[in-house]
Design a protein around this ligand. Sequence first.
Ligand code: NAD
Ligand code: LMR
Length: 339
Amino acid sequence: MVKAVVLGAAGGIGQPLSLLLKANPLITELGLFDIVNTPGVAADLSHISTPAKVVGYLPPDDGLKKVLTNADVVVIPAGVPRKPGELIVMVTRRDDLFKINAGIVRDLATGIATAAPKAFILVISNPVNSTVPIVAEVLKKHGVFDPKRLFGVTTLDVVRASTFVAEILGDLSLSKSVAVPVVGGHSGVTIVPLLSQSSHPLPANLTTDQYEALVKRIQFGGDEVVKAKDGAGSATLSMAYAGAEFAAKLIRAIGGEKGVSAPTFVNLSADPSGGEALKKELGQDLDYFSTVVELGPEGVAKINTLGSLTDAETALVKAAIPELATNIQTGVSFIASPK
Ligand code: NAD
Ligand code: LMR
């Protein structure tokens, strides 16, 4: 019996994500919450012949509390997406969304802290590098933070890496089986694909320019979609696919399946050894990082180290750290010392 909840369920990501969760036979109850339209989305999904009972809630009459009651897994895609104009705002990139989304995520996290403190929380709202620390700080304030249960969803970067590598290998049918660890965070240079560890090696004749273009495409895949949508938002369908994939893995792991792992952005204190080995590898005392995480009944079972890197990958990791550290601090400060 698994109750999954989507906060922001009527949005561009929320609707297809809710559809994919409704199609997951392991989910027996699906709660949908948004500030608009959830009764309609829920009515529509409820006609699909899969086990999950679907109910939609709006803010009046304690809707947030009601949807979160007895939730096992809470996925948060609530918030505003980027606009094309924001493409050229370099350096901060997704941080332009920060003010609006930070407030939304803080309020939803407050609801979770009181109504579903034991739930597994999957944060999609951008900027993930900051919104995950925001959720953690809110949970800490309420004395219910369990780092093993909080995840920043970076699966879209992993999905893109699989697809783009399969494209380069000239066989898209491989994309489901190509596995590339993508580590760091979720924005621009903080996205670090470890292509040397791809399950399917890159062609031996790939030039340095081609390698660099591939890395850049994975790091800035979001820009490609924002530009193509031309004002109509950012990635929604591929994100819904990625979010549902990660949620499905977690649900299998909390149900007792062994050997489930995925890259995800986590608080390193979730690791039984406090993530010390990873911090040593990074040469930096970061509190959060995305890397391959082994999942188990309690959520995070083990946070893997990066393993052997090429010189180019070492340089990418080094380049990611300053922006990542700033993004994390921005999230922490939003709760610790709100302006
Ligand atoms: P959208 O505008 O289409 O949908 C967002 C939804 O959130 C809307 O339905 C809105 O009503 C709802 N919402 C706003 N405030 C809310 C609140 N307080 N409580 C509940 N719901 C609320 O946007 P979208 O395209 O679905 O994107 C959502 C977020 O996901 C954005 O921040 C975007 O940047 C992010 N995103 C993340 C990734 C990732 O890889 N992690 C990928 C794509 C998009
Ligand atoms: C993405 O990677 O597509 C999302 O984070 C959305 C964005 O703004 O790029």
